[in-house]
Design a protein around this ligand. Structure first.
Ligand SMILES: Cc1cc2nc3c(=O)[nH]c(=O)nc-3n(C[C@H](O)[C@H](O)[C@H](O)COP(=O)(O)OP(=O)(O)OC[C@H]3O[C@@H](n4cnc5c(N)ncnc54)[C@H](O)[C@@H]3O)c2cc1C
Length: 459
């Protein structure tokens, strides 16, 4: 089994790309974007499409797609993290419903760009399934569907329940008691998408400087080791790595998410499993998993690994702990026993950026020229596209439907100082694990999980 090495997605895209030249000396631009993941690249894409005369430069510490954008589960989902009740604080229920409709539309927006720009990224819109495998999960799933419809203004056709027979006609998940289905999720090969997008952006005339770490962002300035870019706008698009910027240690914490992928499954296993609709599949555990059937017939599955490193140190190496590989493999084989003959081909990790209130935010301040987007808490593949379009409108001073969405102008509270942060995050994940074991044993929803949801500010 291969481990780390930036993960299977990059490996299957030919390994790390040939690096683009770094920033070498100081210069000026209209817009300087720090970070070449989906957030930075979508922002550059939409800005250049809207105004080709803009001088846009992207500064990336490693290479485009190095971060979570090239390592994720490949779910392009028309949903986002954060409590709708919390978002309603900015614009009320109508704004929350509008956000939801924009997110749903984003899945097709990304598919459209992929099509038009000719990016080969295995995009397939088969929807998403969330399965429940014990009574506690079933209860949580059923009430979650009702709550989501009410709070996000979803129609019944946007999200509905499937009984075990309906689920089985799509995919056989061992022990599934029921599932929810939404049509608003597409699967993608994330590294192909992000690297393809970088090429598209570059062809539009954006300069991408790789191997260029920015140490500090100041009003109208991005300061890197070998030069400073002075710009009307400086956009922070560093998500799980934000703490590496001077003075930004408490904005977003880097939480680890890990994945494994099997070898290609034989046809006999796929006949047993089904899954011909290529839906994204997750579960309803407190420490949940997410999975996809890849275009080349593997199962990729992910979940939480070692959750957090002291002092918000991101995990740059994509390493994965043996225990994480074991627990993900156990989950995979328990859900899909027919996959048991296939070995695990690769395991890796990445970091997501989590704000203290779990709410996404997009902000642009005209006077300082400082802008930022992020805090997707692990649900950023589609959300970063919407954030990029919002930033386009904010930076170009266009009042639009997007600039009225509740992400805009939100400032999440800062995280606690260490060692409180480390202790709290590790406790949360170990207690969620205990809650799952209790629910699997008793079938009853865990009050502990509910208490942690409330204490962590997540639900
Ligand atoms: C294992 C895993 C699975 C996931 N699965 C899903 C999923 O299925 N669906 C979903 O919606 N979301 C998923 N996510 C989350 C999703 O990948 C992210 O929310 C999204 O990619 C964030 O994009 P970004 O551009 O904001 O951040 P990133 O992709 O992390 O990009 C940030 C970039 O900034 C660069 N950078 C950082 N600091 C500096 C600096 N100081 N100077 C210059 N450059 C810098 C980094 O090298 C990096 O390239 C997953 C994440 C992980 C880790």
């Amino acid at each position: 089994m291969r481990v780390g090495e930036l993960g299977f997605w990059h490996r299957s895209t030919g390994g790390p790309p040939r690096p683009r030249p770094p920033l070498d000396g100081s210069l000026s631009a209209d817009v300087a974007i720090v970070g070449a993941g989906f957030t930075g690249l979508w922002t550059a894409y939409y800005l250049k499409k809207a105004d080709p005369s803009l001088d846009v430069i992207v500064l990336e510490s490693e290479f485009a797609g190095y971060g979570a954008s090239g390592r994720n589960g490949g779910w392009i989902m028309g949903f986002c993290e954060g409590l709708p009740e919390r978002y309603a604080g900015r614009g009320g229920e109508a704004a929350v419903f509008a956000l939801q409709r924009e997110l749903i539309g984003t899945v097709d927006e990304i598919g459209g760009v992929i099509d038009r720009e000719g990016i080969e990224a295995d995009y397939y819109k088969g929807g998403g399934l969330t399965v429940a495998v014990n009574p506690a999960q079933e209860k949580r799933l059923r009430s979650g569907v009702e709550h989501a419809r009410r709070a996000w203004g979803l129609k019944e056709s946007d999200l509905y329940l499937l009984d075990p027979e309906e689920l089985e006609s799509r995919v056989r998940v061992a022990g599934a008691r029921c599932a929810s289905y939404t049509p608003h999720v597409a699967r993608v090969h994330p590294a192909r998408l992000v690297r393809g997008l970088a090429d598209v952006v570059e062809n539009l005339g954006v300069t991408i400087c790789e191997s260029t770490r920015v140490g500090e962002i100041r009003p109208h300035e991005a300061i890197a080791e070998r030069g400073t870019v002075t710009a009307r706008w400086v956009v922070r698009a560093t998500e799980g790595y934000t703490a590496s910027l001077r003075g930004q240690g408490r904005e977003l914490v880097p939480i680890n998410s890990s994945m494994i992928v099997t070898e290609p499954l034989p046809d006999s296993a796929w006949e047993e499993i089904g899954w011909n609709g290529h839906e994204a599949i997750g579960d309803s555990a407190n420490v949940y998993i997410y999975s996809q059937r890849t275009a080349d017939g593997r199962i990729a599955i992910g979940g939480r690994g070692v959750p957090y490193r002291f002092g918000s140190r991101p995990d740059f190496g994509a390493e994965i702990a043996d225990t994480t590989v074991e627990s993900l493999a156990e989950k995979l084989y328990s859900m899909f026993p027919a996959a048991a003959g296939a070995g695990i081909d690769h395991g890796w990790s990445g970091v997501i950026g989590v704000p203290r209130d779990w709410c996404v935010s997009v902000h642009a301040d005209r006077e300082s020229g400082l802008a930022r987007a992020g805090g997707y808490s692990g649900e950023g593949v589609a959300a970063s596209n919407l954030a990029g379009r919002i930033l386009r409108d904010l930076l170009l001073d266009r009042k639009s439907d997007l600039t009225g969405l509740p992400w805009v102008g939100h400032r999440p509270p800062r995280w606690e100082v260490e060692p409180l942060r480390f202790a709290a995050i590790h406790s949360i994940y170990s207690l969620y694990g205990q809650a799952d074991r209790f629910e699997a044993r008793t079938g009853r929803p865990s009050l502990l999980a509910r208490a942690i949801d409330l204490a962590s500010g997540r639900h």
